[in-house]
Design a protein around this ligand. Structure first.
Ligand code: ADP
Ligand code: GN1
Ligand code: MG
Length: 353
């Protein structure tokens, strides 16, 4: 079935006339559908290798978006049930879902600190809005998603199995991640001690998962809700720092261009804390910078693991893509380590404002 044919399985307002790939997500296949009326929609083929319980996944998205839109109209994605009333449509070997297109921009890299402040506000507000959402209702779509110790073990396993015969080439990178293995469990340890607690979080707060108004740069909507589950605020803070406060794209091959931009870091902290700072306790606040380091560490290990496994998880555009991504994360980790006390101080200052 063509993409336009699949789009017609949903109650769109007129005949679909064109379809084209949209955005740069690494997980799902995303298309922009334009209809004869001029209306635009987003059709997504859900990655079923990663999301094995699509009913549970779509139920999460339905209840979370309904909750957010009831709290503040049009603040979240609006998805269309299929013509048969289900949350998604099956066509060929695929499962598809449909959203209304949000007229805004999503950034692959941030140009100015102001953009980061906006993204911080969007993710901070997202957290505040879900503060009273009953986490029990949510399916865990990817078990142990931000269990950094599990991610470390996954990397060790991938290295010893060496499925794609690439280990020799990445011994230096592997050593870099293993040298930091004692830190993998620090956040989880604080959780086990009861100093941190799980809240309903986004868990994939990459910069391009928030849509902004192109002219005013105000936040429009947090997207990519596949991993909304119980999690830690420090991880939501950290994953957007990883992508947004870097001076370069996640896959910049020239490492001389990659470092952590402290002004962007401060701006994100300012936006994030202005929306959810008051609801975070002292331990949560003092582990935001740790979250930035650990999310970068975890993601870097995931890229390296995927490279060793032969690129089975993240979408790649060329054979070394995951390795290049893994190296940018190493550069960011080193830069974060070099500025740790400064970054902690900066978060504390922004929390005081
Ligand atoms: P993935 O899980 O693969 O990252 P996303 O849901 O993040 O998929 O979508 C990929 C990209 O498509 C986003 O980064 C964004 O640029 C664009 N996009 C997704 N949904 C919408 C929407 N409703 N309106 C406008 N753009 C969207
Ligand atoms: C994926 O779906 P996307 O592209 O927004 C991944 C994140 C990674 C990110 C790295 C469900 O995010 O966890 O941090 O790639 N999402 C999932 O770029 O695994
Ligand atoms: Mg995405």
């Amino acid at each position: 079935m063509t993409l336009n044919g699949i789009a017609a399985l949903f109650p769109i307002d007129s005949e679909p006339v064109s379809s084209s790939p949209l955005g740069n997500g690494h997980i799902n296949e995303t298309y922009l559908i334009t209809c004869a009326s001029g209306s635009k929609y987003v059709l997504q083929k859900i990655n079923r290798r990663i999301f094995t319980d699509v009913d549970g996944l779509m139920r999460n998205i339905r209840i979370v978006t309904q909750y957010l839109n009831a709290l503040k109209p049009h603040s979240s994605l609006e998805f269309l049930s299929a013509n048969d009333g289900r949350d998604y449509a099956a066509a060929g070997d695929g499962y598809y879902r449909m959203y209304r297109y949000v007229y805004g921009i999503s950034l692959e890299t941030a140009r100015t600190p102001a953009e980061l402040e906006t993204c911080g506000k969007a993710f901070g507000e997202f957290q505040t809005q879900l503060a009273d959402f009953d986490a029990e209702q949510l399916t865990e779509t990817i078990p142990r998603f931000h269990d950094t110790v599990k991610r470390l073990h996954d990397l060790e396993r991938a290295a010893s199995q060496d499925e794609a015969g690439r280990f020799k080439q990445v011994e230096r990178e592997f050593r870099f991640y293993m040298q930091r293995q004692d830190e993998a469990g620090v956040m989880l340890g604080l959780l086990a001690e009861g100093r941190l607690k799980k809240r309903v979080t986004h868990n994939d707060t990459k910069l391009n998962n928030v849509l902004l108004d192109e002219k005013t740069l105000t936040p429009l909507c947090v997207i990519d809700l596949d991993t909304v589950m119980p999690g830690l605020p420090g991880n939501d803070f950290g994953d957007c720092i990883r992508t947004g406060a870097s001076t370069a794209a996640e896959d910049e091959p020239d490492l001389d261009k990659v470092w952590l931009d402290l002004e962007k870091y401060r701006a994100f902290a300012r936006g994030f804390l202005s929306e959810c700072g008051r609801s975070l306790n002292k331990d949560e606040l003092s582990t935001l910078t740790l979250g930035a380091k650990l999310m970068t560490y975890e993601c870097g290990m995931r890229f390296l693991t995927d490279y060793l496994n032969g690129d089975t998880y993240f979408r790649t555009a060329y054979p070394e893509h995951n390795l290049v991504r893994c190296r940018t994360q190493m550069k960011l980790i080193s830069d974060t380590e070099a500025h740790m006390s400064e970054l902690n101080k900066l978060v504390a200052e922004e929390a005081e404002r």
